[in-house]
Design a protein around this ligand. Structure first.
Ligand code: CMC
Length: 430
């Protein structure tokens, strides 16, 4: 295709041509890289219109409610694939054949244990610490085990770090839970699948072996697939920005976990379930919808709305179905909170405010109810999101670190502070 350009007219009738880049899918992108040479920056708080990088991993069409991992629709992956295969796909770009899948699984199995010394870190945390706080600290602390041996400029070292992170995350997540309830940590079982092993480490004890329920393990696997990646969201952008400095990848993932924790991002699943509990009864839905619409009330319908999706989040559709299956399996198909969630969704989707602002349920709306029915305490919801998103973070980190365009991320600003002025000695200050 011939080089396409857009004309930019600058003050003083000066002009400049900006290259127009064509993606495989999605909006054309105006390349403004050379604009600062003309003495201008662009202003885009919240990065609403800014592509921060080129990527081949995940595509979202927010208007149509489409999510593709390496080109494959999320619905198809959730139905036919499993998390290990999706991890391979995200990291490598293609689905694995039988041998590639086995090798991938073997490499993960090599790294599921954490260093025995890591157990000591847990003892430094208060028993009632939020598991996300523990996870941020413990994953960051992995960098103290794998720093000197890790050359981020060496692709083999980078790959090993990626496997370590994906493999150890379920072990660490389950340890965060066990620590909070004062039970001994369980070792991973490499004979089990990724989700099954996680559930086993959560619920088995040294005195009692359990076999995780296959329906619940399958639902957990789907939850992992649905949360595995979501292109340049706040936490992924955080991992990329931290990684762009050449920082240790374990520390970068810890930064991503911190960014994910907020209720506007990964923390929304915990907040959504808390909100449903607070509403408590269908008769109170109207009152909460009214609050969500009130500009003077900070309350928002948690699990509703998205920066990119202006249609039903495709992950939420799969999640709602999975939620049905789990509730059925655990004998909670008449669960009042699920019924309340369906009713709140129905009312909100008919309300002019939500219709006009294109606010639909997002993945977090039904994931909290599903996780809760599986038996996961609400403080662990975002930890599970972080566990699943780790493969997305490391895939973006790997992509960025091998890109010839890698440069330290360094945004500019619109400075509106004081102009230059002379220091005022204390005795002359009013
Ligand atoms: N309830 C009520 N009003 C809302 C909501 C909501 N959940 N979400 C957005 N709005 C309104 C908002 O008040 C604003 O109104 P106005 O234009 O009159 O000022 C308008 O819709 C646009 O909202 P925004 O905050 O400017 O949009 P954003 O793209 O900056 O924020 C969001 C996106 C997800 C942070 C926001 O929709 C929200 O806070 N939702 C609740 C939290 C939530 O469910 N987060 C999970 C996101 S999905 C998981 C993930 O990918 O991390």
């Amino acid at each position: 295709m011939a080089d396409r350009k857009v004309d930019l007219i600058l003050p003083g009738d000066e002009g400049m041509e900006l290259p127009l880049q064509s993606p495989t899918l999605g909006n054309d992108v105006i390349n403004i890289q050379n604009l600062s040479g003309k003495g201008y920056f662009t202003y885009d708080p919240g990065f609403v219109s800014t592509a921060s990088c080129e990527s081949t991993i995940t595509y979202i069409d927010g208007a149509e409610g489409v999510l593709l991992y390496r080109g494959y629709p999320i619905e198809q992956l959730a139905e036919h694939s499993d998390f290990a295969e999706v991890s391979y796909l995200l990291m490598n770009g293609e689905l694995p054949n039988v041998q590639q899948k086995q090798e991938f699984q073997d490499k993960l199995n090599n790294h599921t244990l954490v260093h025995e010394q890591m157990r000591n870190f847990f003892n430094g945390f208060r028993r009632d610490a939020h598991p996300m706080a523990i996870m941020c600290g413990v994953v960051g602390a992995l960098s103290s085990f794998y720093h000197d041996s890790l050359d981020v400029n060496d692709p083999t070292c980078r790959e090993t770090a990626a496997f370590r992170l994906i493999a150890k995350m379920p072990t660490i997540a389950a340890m965060c839970y066990k620590y909070s309830i004062g039970l001994p940590f369980m070792y991973p079982q490499n004979s089990m699948g990724y989700a099954e092993n996680f559930l086993n480490m959560m619920y088995a004890t040294p005195t009692e072996t359990t076999t995780p329920n296959p329906v619940l393990a399958n639902a957990m696997d789907k939850i992992f697939i649905l949360h595995a990646d979501h292109e340049q969201n706040a936490s992924t952008s955080t991992v990329r920005l931290a990684g762009s400095t050449g920082a240790n990848p374990f520390a970068c993932i810890s930064a991503g976990i911190a960014a994910l924790w907020g209720p506007a991002h990964g923390g929304a699943n915990e907040a959504a379930l808390n909100m449903l509990m607070e509403i408590g009864d269908v008769s109170r839905v109207g009152q909460f919808i009214k609050r969500a619409k009130d500009k003077n009330d900070p309350f928002r319908l948690m699990g509703f709305g998205h920066r990119v999706y202006k249609n039903y989040d495709p992950r939420a559709k799969v999640m709602r179905e999975t939620c049905h299956q789990v509730l059925e399996e655990v004998g909670l198909k008449d669960d009042p909170i699920f019924k309340l969630a369906l009713e709140l969704e129905r009312i909100a989707l008919e309300d002019d405010y939500f219709v006009e602002k294109k606010l639909y349920p997002n993945v977090d709306y039904y994931s909290g109810i599903t996780l809760s029915a599986i038996g996961i305490p609400s403080a662990m919801f975002t930890v599970i999101f972080a566990l699943a998103r780790t493969v997305g973070w490391v895939s973006h980190w790997l992509e960025m670190m091998s890109s010839p365009e890698l440069r330290i991320g360094r945004p500019r600003q619109l400075y509106t502070g004081s102009p230059c002025r002379d220091y005022i000695p204390m005795k002359k200050r009013t």
